[in-house]
Design a protein around this ligand. Sequence first.
Ligand code: FMN
Length: 201
Amino acid sequence: MTVPAFIEARRSIRAFTSDPVDRTLLDRLVTAACLAPAPHHSRPWRFVVIDTAAGKAELAAGMGAQWRVDLGADGVDPARIDELVEASRVKITTAPALVLGCLTWDGLDRYPDEARLRAEHGMALLSLGAAVENLMLTAADVGLASCWVAAPIFCPDAARTALALPGDWSPAALVLVGHPAPDYVPRERPEVPLATLRAHR
Ligand SMILES: Cc1cc2nc3c(=O)[nH]c(=O)nc-3n(C[C@H](O)[C@H](O)[C@H](O)COP(=O)(O)O)c2cc1C
């Protein structure tokens, strides 16, 4: 049994050459993202392309400052905090381009109760995941490397402030994009344990 080759071909690639990524290509990735399914025919996402040194540095610094606070509150050793925050800064600032996926309430329903509001937000987040997958599949298809980075979902306010984004954009998913470093070997991909992950009723 096989799945389509273009799905198998996408891997998280975390090392890039220093070549920049053409903005036309980045727009192609974002266009693919925006073809994702979304609730009520909405497009509750906004994508921020960050390919300037200043933009990358500001995002890394803003998110890093918040992470530093969170790690401190967790009681992590200060030297380890420095190490983690610096590694994150290097990862973000050395990627040739970043695409930051943000959620908005544009086109979504509003409910008077928390439970349905949470469900509506969850639907939007699911659709952002589909959009990010489209983006990464397209990156793989055009020979670009990409890797999803979780950080902004943990510190949306810091990411929004760092990039001076509108108040109703909530940063939720960051994708590093670049030309793949030739010697990068993706982690081994385990077989899909279908019997565990799939049930029949
Ligand atoms: C929501 C989400 C958050 C992720 N965050 C990170 C991250 O912060 N850093 C990282 O290196 N990879 C991150 N990844 C990539 C996963 O580690 C990767 O997709 C997984 O190991 C499977 O490998 P593959 O993408 O090569 O198939 C994330 C993936 C998802 C879906």
